[in-house]
Design a protein around this ligand. Structure first.
Ligand SMILES: *Cc1c(COP(=O)(O)O)cnc(C)c1O
Length: 419
């Protein structure tokens, strides 16, 4: 358990809820593709006196005094980001992935300009110009998707749309893409139409840092990433680029969009990047992919329909239509059994986004926990038992049985970050 004696004394209501969440995270199999377990070191850095300090500006150019220790902390985070990803420039201040992406619009577009991104129901992110997002209302969004027969992005189609619509900004990457992103092909299209190319690697940053997915460096003009998904850092984000775009990005983040950076988060990002530069992180990244593939193979062998037929990364998108259960019903039953997922639209989904046909799974958190291919396959088997029972309309006994098996398994693997 984390050490929270002051919190216990001051606010037992919140303390109890945090302890319950700790226990929940320890006793469940967490397959949410955007989640992970940070290390104890990262967790410690986030809970420090750095939260007391205001630091508007950048290292060496601040609007407040008392930056003797903040400047070197932020500089270390910047230098480590540059080294881990091999970029000229890194801004570690964005509060999260969505504001980081908004800063890119502010840096390169005027309201009404055209942005090309992947459609949300196809695997894109809200901030890539989806209609309910500010990015889809203040700008002119045009969209690409995946092919119905392959479940993969068709680069010829992306090129056709780009030539027709002439976007100023193109987003590559997304939030439910189980396949390798072809950054060189996107770069060629962006060059052809004179667009700025963004690689949004929020999901796959840890795989890229660990050498398990090709890097967008040298292809994308700007790289946007969260720090809390496969990269396994605190909740935050970074924008990276070559020298040419460095000034525009820094100006857009501060003072364009944000005030003071969250220094406790910056410190924790620096720690996470140090961890990501170690040889063990490469092992982790490869294991994430192996675990996702093992889980996918187990599910496919049990009649589950995987969008695109499998995965190249940490993520699986499953169309449950063949199982006769909706994504939401399956996700709720699995959660009751101790297996945490999220319901998700699948490409060309005939159902509504709030009760779609699919489930999204990711293997980062279970890998950080130490689970391997054998355990990933066991999890696939349990998922099948639960989903099959739910489809038959009588799942209570199965859920109880799987819940006990999940607890027995998680009991064997210590929770990262906790003693
Ligand atoms: C998660 C994600 C984001 C947004 O991150 P938040 O920190 O949730 O705002 C942006 N882009 C992609 C592709 C993502 O997966």
């Amino acid at each position: 358990m984390t050490h929270t004696s002051a919190l216990d004394a001051v606010d037992s209501e919140i303390a109890d809820l945090i302890h319950s969440e700790e226990a929940r995270q320890a006793d469940t199999i967490r397959l949410i593709a955007s989640e992970n377990y940070v290390s104890k070191a990262v967790l410690e850095a986030t809970g420090t006196v750095l939260t007391n300090k205001y630091s508007e500006g950048y290292p060496g150019k601040r609007y407040y005094e008392g930056q003797q220790f903040i400047d070197p902390i932020e500089q270390l985070a910047i230098d480590r980001a540059k080294s881990v990803f091999g970029v000229d420039h890194a801004n570690v201040q964005p509060y999260s992935g969505s504001p980081a992406n908004l800063a890119i619009y502010l840096a390169f577009l005027k309201p009404g300009d055209t942005v090309l991104g992947m459609a949300l129901p196809m695997g894109g992110h809200l901030t890539h110009g989806w209609s309910v997002s500010a990015t889809g209302t203040w700008f002119n969004p045009v969209r690409y998707g995946v092919r119905q027969d392959t479940g993969r992005v068709d680069m010829d189609e992306v090129r056709e749309i780009a030539l027709r619509e002439r976007p100023k900004l193109i987003f590559s990457g997304g939030t439910a893409i189980p396949r390798t992103i072809d950054f060189p092909a996107f770069a060629e299209i962006a060059r052809e139409v004179g667009a700025v190319l963004v690689a949004d690697i929020a999901h796959i940053a840890g795989l890229i840092a660990g050498g398990a997915h090709p890097s967008p460096v040298g292809h994308a003009d700007v790289i946007s990433t969260t720090t809390h998904k496969t990269l396994r850092g605190p909740r935050g984000a970074m924008l990276m680029s070559n020298e040419e775009h460095a000034k525009a990005i820094d100006k857009a983040v501060f003072p364009g969009l944000q005030g003071g950076p969250h220094n406790h988060t910056t410190a924790a990002i620096a720690v996470a990047l140090k961890e990501a530069s170690q040889p063990e992180f490469r092992t982790y990244a490869q294991q994430v992919v192996s675990n996702a593939q093992a889980l996918g193979e187990e599910l496919a062998s049990r009649g589950f329909d995987l969008v695109s037929g499998g995965t190249d990364n940490h993520l699986l998108l499953i169309d449950l239509t063949s199982k006769g259960v909706s994504g939401k019903v399956a996700a709720k039953a699995l959660d009751a059994a101790g297996i945490e997922t999220n319901y998700n639209t699948v490409p060309f989904d005939p159902r509504k986004p709030f009760d779609p046909s699919g489930l999204r799974l990711g293997a980062a958190a279970i890998t950080s926990r130490g689970l391997g291919v054998e355990e990933a396959k066991a999890v696939g088997g349990w998922m099948d038992e639960v989903v099959t029972a739910v489809a038959k309309g009588d799942a209570d006994a199965t859920i109880a049985k799987v819940r006990a098996e999940v607890s027995a398994l998680t009991g064997k693997f210590p929770t990262p970050g906790l003693d």
